[in-house]
Design a protein around this ligand. Structure first.
Ligand code: HSE
Length: 442
C-alpha cells in the first residue's frame, strides 16, 4: 500500500448517534486505506456530542476526542462532518465551519431542503465544498450520479422510494393483508419506525428528499415548502387489495418531473404521495425497508439505483465517500461542482399535475349504472382508460345484486378527480367509493 507524506487533513465529526458512531469507527478502522485513496491521512480531531460522560468505550477512538463544544470544534478542522440532523444548531455550525475554511459533508436533508441556498452560497463565498450524498437514500449513490454523471443529459423524471419505514409498512400490508396501524406497530418493534413515526408516515422525510432530488435533477431551486405531500396514513387494506387485483403495488413515491401548467408554461411538479405502480415496474419489486430511485433521462433512458436507505454503516458509506471526495479536492486543489440552479424552473402547484387514477366503486348491478358512472367522469372532463366489473356475491336479503366497478382514468388533475368522486359518492346507485389512488409507472 502506498503511503503519503502529505500533512494530515483534520476531520471533525458533529454527532455520534447511529450514523456518527459508524463514521467514527470506519474512519479509524480504515485509516490506512483512506489515506492511500486521498493522498493524505485523515485525522479525527474531535467528536461533538450533546452529553458528555456517556459510555462510548465500544468505539475504537480516543475518549479525549469527545467534546460538547461543537462551536469550537468546527474552527479547527479541514473537513466537518455533520450528522446531528435538524435545522439548528446544525445550520449555524456548518456556516461557521465554512467561514473558518472547512469543507463540509452533511446528511441533513431537512436543512438542505429548507435552506440549502444559504449553505451553497457560503461554500462559494469561502471556496469550500459542501457534499451531501447521505441526505437522500442512505447508502445509494444517487446525488453524485445526478449531479455529475448525468450532467450532460436532460433528466425528465425522477421516481423514488426514498423512505424505508413507509416502504416496509406498505410492503407488509401487501404481503400479509394487515392494516396500516398493525404494520406500523410491527415496523416499530423491528426498529424501522420511530416511536413517533409522523415524519416518515406523513411524508415529511420523503418530501425533503424530493426537494433535494428535484433541485439537482432540474438545475433549479426547490425547497421542501413547495413539495406537495400526502402521507400513507389513509392507505387502507382495501386500497392495497384493489392494487393487487390489478397486479399493482402501493408505494409512497417521491416524484419530480418536468411538466407544463394549463397555460403551457414549463415548470416542475415535485410531489410525494402514495400511488399504485405495476408489480412489473422496477420499483414494484422494492421490498422491506429498501430504497430505490428510478431516473428517466433523454439520452440515457431509464436508470435504477437500489439499496439501503438508512442505518449506521450504509449511511456512513455515503458520508465517507463524500469525505474522500472533498479531501481529494483539498489535496489536489480545486473544488467539486457547486450548486447548479441556472435553469430556474419554477415549481408548479399540485393543481397543475396530471396523474392517472384508479377508482374502485361498490355499485348496484342494474341497467344504466355504468352509463351513470361514465357520465360523472365525462362531466368533469376526466377521460376513462379502462373499466372492469366484477360481481359481488349476493349477500342482501332484498335480492339486489352488487358489483365492484374498477375505473382507471387517463391523466387528470386532482381538482377534476375530486369533483368526479364527490359526484360518484352522491349517486344512489353507488353504494361506496371503496378506493381512490393515483397510478404511476405505466
Ligand atoms: N427515516 C428514514 C427512512 C431514514 O425510514 O427511510 C432516514 O432518512
Amino acid at each position: 500500500m502506498s503511503t503519503t507524506a502529505a500533512n494530515p487533513l483534520r476531520v471533525a465529526l458533529l454527532g455520534c448517534g447511529v450514523v456518527g458512531s459508524s463514521v467514527a469507527r470506519l474512519l479509524t478502522e480504515r485509516a490506512d486505506d483512506l489515506a492511500a485513496r486521498v493522498g493524505a491521512p485523515l485525522e479525527l480531531v474531535g467528536i461533538a456530542v450533546r452529553r458528555a460522560g456517556r459510555d462510548r468505550s465500544d468505539l475504537p477512538v480516543d475518549p479525549g476526542l469527545f467534546t460538547t463544544d461543537a462551536a469550537e470544534l468546527v474552527t479547527r478542522a479541514d473537513i466537518v462532518v455533520e450528522v446531528i440532523g435538524g435545522i439548528e444548531p446544525a445550520r449555524t455550525l456548518l456556516l461557521s465551519a465554512m467561514e473558518h475554511g472547512a469543507s463540509v459533508v452533511t446528511a441533513n436533508k431537512a436543512l438542505l431542503a429548507e435552506d440549502g441556498p444559504s449553505l451553497y452560497a457560503a461554500a462559494d463565498e469561502h471556496g469550500v465544498d459542501i457534499y451531501f450524498e447521505a441526505a437522500v437514500a442512505g447508502a445509494i449513490p444517487i446525488l453524485r450520479p445526478i449531479r455529475e454523471s448525468l450532467a450532460g443529459d436532460e433528466v425528465t423524471k425522477v421516481l423514488g422510494i426514498v423512505n424505508g419505514t413507509t416502504n416496509y409498512v406498505l410492503d407488509k400490508m401487501d404481503s400479509t393483508g394487515m392494516g396500516f396501524h398493525e404494520a406500523v406497530e410491527q415496523a416499530q418493534a423491528l426498529g424501522y419506525a420511530e416511536a413517533d413515526p409522523t415524519a416518515d408516515v406523513e411524508g415529511f422525510d420523503a418530501a425533503a428528499k424530493a426537494a433535494i432530488l428535484a433541485s439537482l435533477a432540474f438545475h433549479s431551486r426547490v425547497g421542501s415548502a413547495s413539495v406537495y405531500r400526502e402521507g400513507i396514513t389513509d392507505v387502507t387494506a382495501a386500497d392495497i387489495a384493489a392494487a393487487a387485483a390489478m397486479d399493482h403495488v402501493v408505494k409512497l413515491l417521491a416524484i419530480c418531473e418536468r411538466t407544463r401548467d394549463e397555460n403551457g408554461d414549463e415548470g416542475l411538479s415535485v410531489r410525494v404521495h402514495p400511488a399504485m405502480i405495476p408489480r412489473s415496474h422496477p420499483l414494484g419489486s422494492v421490498r422491506d425497508a429498501y430504497n430505490a430511485v428510478f431516473v428517466e433521462a433523454d439520452a440515457a433512458g431509464e436508470l435504477m439505483f437500489y439499496g439501503k436507505g438508512a442505518g449506521g454503516d450504509p449511511t456512513a458509506s455515503a458520508v465517507l465517500g463524500d469525505v474522500v471526495a472533498v479531501a481529494r479536492h483539498r489535496v489536489g486543489g480545486g473544488r467539486g461542482p457547486g450548486e447548479s440552479s441556472y435553469a430556474e424552473r419554477p415549481t408548479l402547484p399540485m393543481g397543475a399535475a396530471r396523474t392517472r387514477y384508479h377508482i374502485a366503486l361498490d355499485v348496484a348491478d342494474r341497467p344504466g349504472v355504468l352509463a351513470q358512472v361514465a357520465t360523472a367522469f365525462a362531466e368533469h372532463g376526466v377521460s376513462i382508460e379502462a373499466v372492469r366489473q366484477q360481481m359481488f356475491p349476493d349477500d342482501s336479503d332484498s335480492g339486489a345484486t352488487r358489483a365492484s366497478l374498477i375505473v382507471v382514468t387517463h391523466t387528470a388533475t386532482k381538482a377534476a378527480l375530486r369533483a368526479t368522486v364527490e359526484e360518484l359518492a352522491g349517486l344512489d346507485t353507488v353504494n361506496e367509493v371503496m378506493s381512490v389512488m393515483r397510478v404511476e409507472g405505466s
